[in-house]
Ligand binder design. Structure first.
Ligand SMILES: *[C@@H]1O[C@H](CO)[C@@H](O)[C@H](O)[C@H]1NC(C)=O
Ligand SMILES: *[C@@H]1O[C@H](CO)[C@@H](O)[C@H](O)[C@H]1NC(C)=O
Length: 387
């Protein structure tokens, strides 16, 4: 044992023997490390007093990333949707389009109700209502003086109502007071507001078999999709809409995985306004979901503090206007998070910023008719006003 090295004591076992006597090469370096640690206790101490604090800091700064990255291990993906192929061309008759989907065509279209909970997304609301206007019978909008996170919020729609004159004759507008419960889960306030929206829909006169669009303001179904669904018979009672996901503007196209928006043939007493998964059917390529598509930096800051995932603002500097502007122009993540995916392949494939797109093809037509007004939403215009 002597020549096996000065740090191998009598009591040591085969590990030391392996290393110090010339045994298997495989376990060599590993074992050498263990031996070294055993011999030099101060190395272990070093590890304890420097390594462990560094590890804690790394976990503190990047814990969310680590857990997101490991998500495929602890969470399996949700059941896949049954995606319905979607056929459309402006020069194909409605009868033919319905037929292509396996549906019959009606003698007259269903009435369409578009109902939204409004926060502060004025530009998105204008583009949405203009896109849907030819097909919608009644616009229903509810706003609260509280955000989902219990912050006081001005009645942004009420203060800008004249901008929406084109919809006024078909508008049912409702206000609701926030409950301002301290420390409550934001999803409670959110579902409270959605229940109020059910009441408002009744006030607006919705009836059985009317079409109801349930979606956030920034989830915009394309007009032709709604036209198809109001004219065709035998469409599913509930149907999710697959939307193209954009971030900050139509410059940053992420994927086509937005599915929360849904269309319902209204059933009184049964239909409840919701924003979660309600059926397996998903109609392909049905519109756009433009998240954080704001004109002013101040609106980004407001939304980051107001929305239900406020816990993602882990550090105050996330709200720094210069940082936000930089993040927008790079197509990076405002909350410095990893992609929310269920396989390593997809997480790794989406790491890093979203590449710029130079396509403004197949966007809402109102946007292209008012380019001057909505420049910030088009490719190549990432600079925002601070306001
Ligand atoms: C539309 O279809 C008709 C035939 O149904 C055809 O004559 C016409 O050229 C088409 N127009 C376009 C723009 O494709
Ligand atoms: C919110 O609105 C409700 C109902 O309109 C009102 O009673 C309440 O005072 C408002 N709260 C704030 C903080 O403005």
């Amino acid at each position: 044992m002597r020549e096996s090295g000065y740090y191998c004591s009598k009591k040591t076992d085969d590990i030391c023997e392996d290393v110090c006597g010339e045994m298997s090469r495989a376990g060599l370096s590993m074992s050498r490390l263990r031996c070294a640690l055993r011999g030099f206790d101060f190395k272990a101490l070093l590890l304890l007093f420097i390594g462990v604090p560094i590890l804690i800091v790394i976990i503190y700064l990047h814990g969310q990333k680590i857990s997101y990255f490991l998500r495929p291990i602890w969470e399996s993906p949700p059941k896949p949707f049954r995606t319905i192929p979607h056929y459309y061309h402006p020069n194909v008759s409605m009868e033919r389009l319905c037929q292509l989907h396996g549906w019959g065509v009606r003698d007259n279209p269903r009435r369409v109700y578009d109902a939204v909970l409004f926060s502060n997304e004025l530009d998105m609301l204008e583009i949405r209502w203009q896109e849907l206007s030819p097909y919608v019978s009644e616009f229903v909008l509810l706003e609260s003086n509280s955000t989902f996170t219990g912050l006081i919020k001005p009645l942004v729609f009420a203060n800008n109502r004249k901008r929406f004159k084109f919809a006024e004759s078909r508008l049912t507008y409702g206000k609701i007071g926030g409950r301002f419960m301290k420390g409550e889960n934001p999803f409670v306030e959110e579902s409270y507001q959605r229940v109020a929206l059910d009441q408002l829909l009744k006030i607006a006169g919705i009836e059985d078999d009317d079409l109801l669009i349930m979606s956030d303001v920034d989830e915009i179904p394309s007009g032709h999709t709604i036209d198809l669904l109001r004219w065709c018979d035998e469409i599913p009672e509930k149907l999710h809409l697959q939307l193209r996901n954009y971030l900050y503007s139509f410059e940053f196209y992420l994927d086509s995985k937005s599915w929360r928006a849904s269309i319902h043939r209204y059933r009184s007493g049964k239909t409840r306004y919701a924003h979660f998964r309600q059926t397996d059917d998903l109609l392909a390529d049905s519109g756009w979901h433009c998240s954080f598509c704001f004109r002013y930096i101040s609106q980004f800051i407001f939304k980051m503090k107001a929305y239900s995932h406020v816990d993602r603002v882990r550090f105050a500097y996330y709200l720094n206007p210069y940082r936000i502007q930089d993040v927008i122009c790079r197509g990076a993540d405002l909350f410095d998070m990893l992609p929310e995916e269920y396989t390593f392949k997809e997480i790794i494939g989406k790491l890093g910023p979203i590449p710029s797109s130079y396509s403004a093809v197949n966007l809402p037509s109102y946007l292209l008719h008012h380019v001057d007004q909505f420049l910030h939403l088009l490719p190549g215009n990432c600079m925002r006003e601070s306001e």
